[in-house]
Design a protein around this ligand. Structure first.
Ligand SMILES: NC(=O)c1ccc[n+]([C@@H]2O[C@H](COP(=O)([O-])OP(=O)(O)OC[C@H]3O[C@@H](n4cnc5c(N)ncnc54)[C@H](OP(=O)(O)O)[C@@H]3O)[C@@H](O)[C@H]2O)c1
Length: 380
């Protein structure tokens, strides 16, 4: 049996789970070394550790380098060095890909090596593979989804009446949220993921700055209780939509009617919906967690070993980026004893105590009417 030797950049939650999974079920893969910051830190599995990246990047016995360290630098530099040293690379690092993916994929192509990153979006859910292969033959209209487990956990706790700060502290204690959860709750993590999905799905390259991003920091348990009383619910949703040749990308707290598949997620699960000319496809499963994420990494390594993929194709389409559509919005009064003004500007429909309006109100208008508004995710 030919053995493929891999080296790890990083040996934390995902790195250690990856080694356990390989040792349980992948005898053809040998893990030679892991680059870490602190070789004295206790790990759940035993692999020789080093603080010298060249021990992996320039190691002639290593075939595949796996980046499970996170962050933009030095990951960007080390991935380039690995590709230049004729090694294939698998990464779970959405941040480095969202900012430097085009450059890194170009280096991979020039070097004739693979750069695979299934684990970077929705952890264990094989949605990138589906977009890169099966769905690449179908014109897509929209990709949207719930892509951040920390936000799901916090929002569903708040729906039960738990205040935001306590819900976030619980998410940290239970290991859903990072020690610094800013990228999760401010929407940047979802923005990186929807950008990677859009680039693959629409065969294009999109700058991170073009993702119109709003997180969940302004949402209160009162908002969620009001929405719940209308049989509505809210999740942080990333959307990439192609309309008349214009591409728009957005991350925003978005409201749906109960029941809706996006609302059924309350923890680390993710869901991605792909709307295409061949119908709507759904992908759902564990979006985080070391073991689930490791399955995507092993799948990428296995595809490289069996050569069941071609070298990453360049993104050939160039769509003008269009600002995301402003609306429709759902709005309702902040105070339960205040009634919704009649005939709101742009009102499309009214259902009991809430209305759907075509465009969002400015902050002064919201104050004047005593309203709250959120993006409306349902088709009108
Ligand atoms: N956790 C998940 O559920 C999940 C899901 C999908 C994707 N991902 C992605 O997977 C990657 C790893 O996540 P994780 O949760 O495993 O992170 P983690 O537990 O924080 O582990 C990071 C590892 O990288 C090492 N490291 C970080 N910076 C380094 C540097 N400059 N030089 C050398 N080593 C360095 C750390 O070394 P020390 O141990 O010595 O500090 C640690 O071993 C990230 O890109 C993340 O976005 C994670």
């Amino acid at each position: 049996m030919h053995r493929t030797t891999i080296g790890l950049l990083g040996f934390g939650t995902v790195g250690q789970a990856l080694v356990s999974l390989i040792r349980e079920s992948q005898p053809q893969i040998h893990v030679a070394k892991a680059v870490v910051r602190d070789v004295h830190r206790q790990r759940s599995v035993d692999v020789p550790m080093t603080t010298r990246p060249e021990d992996v990047l320039l190691n002639p016995s290593i075939d595949v380098v796996v980046d499970v360290m996170g962050g933009r630098d030095p990951a960007r530099q080390w991935i380039k060095e690995a590709l230049h040293a004729n090694k294939d690379v698998v990464t779970a690092n959405k941040e480095v890909l969202a900012y430097h993916g085009e450059e890194l994929l170009a280096v991979a192509r020039e070097s004739g090596r693979h750069l695979r990153y299934e684990a970077a979006v929705a952890g264990g859910v094989p949605v990138l593979d589906a977009l890169a292969h099966h769905l690449s033959v179908v014109p897509l209209e929209r990709i949207d989804g719930v892509l951040n487990g920390t936000c799901n956990f916090v929002l569903s706790a708040m729906e039960q009446g738990i205040p935001y700060s306590r819900a976030l502290a619980d998410a940290k204690r239970l290991g859903y949220a990072e020690a610094d959860p800013a990228a999760d709750i401010e929407g940047d993590d979802t923005a990186r993921k929807i950008l990677l999905l859009a680039q693959l799905g629409f065969h294009t390259t999109v700058p991170m700055a073009s993702v119109d991003t709003m997180g969940i920091t302004e949402i209160t348990d009162h908002h969620l209780a009001r929405l719940k009383s209308f049989h509505l619910g809210l999740r942080l949703v990333g959307t990439a939509a192609l309309n008349n040749g214009l591409l728009s990308l957005r991350v925003a707290p978005t409201v749906y009617r109960v029941p809706h598949p996006f609302l059924s997620l309350d923890g680390p699960d993710n869901v991605v919906r792909v709307v295409s000319s061949a119908g709507t496809f759904w992908f759902q499963g564990p979006g985080a967690g070391g073991y689930a994420t490791a399955t995507s990494i092993v799948s990428d390594i296995t595809r490289i070993i069996h050569r069941t993929i071609s070298v990453n194709n360049p993104n050939t389409e160039r769509y003008p980026i269009h600002p995301a559509k402003r609306g429709p919005y759902v709005c309702f009064t902040h105070d339960t004893d205040r009634s919704l003004p009649l005939g709101l500007p742009g009102e499309i429909r009214r259902l009991g105590s809430y209305a759907i309006v075509s465009e969002g109100f400015a902050a002064e208008e919201l104050d004047e009417y005593g309203l709250c508004q959120f993006l409306w995710g349902e088709e009108e």
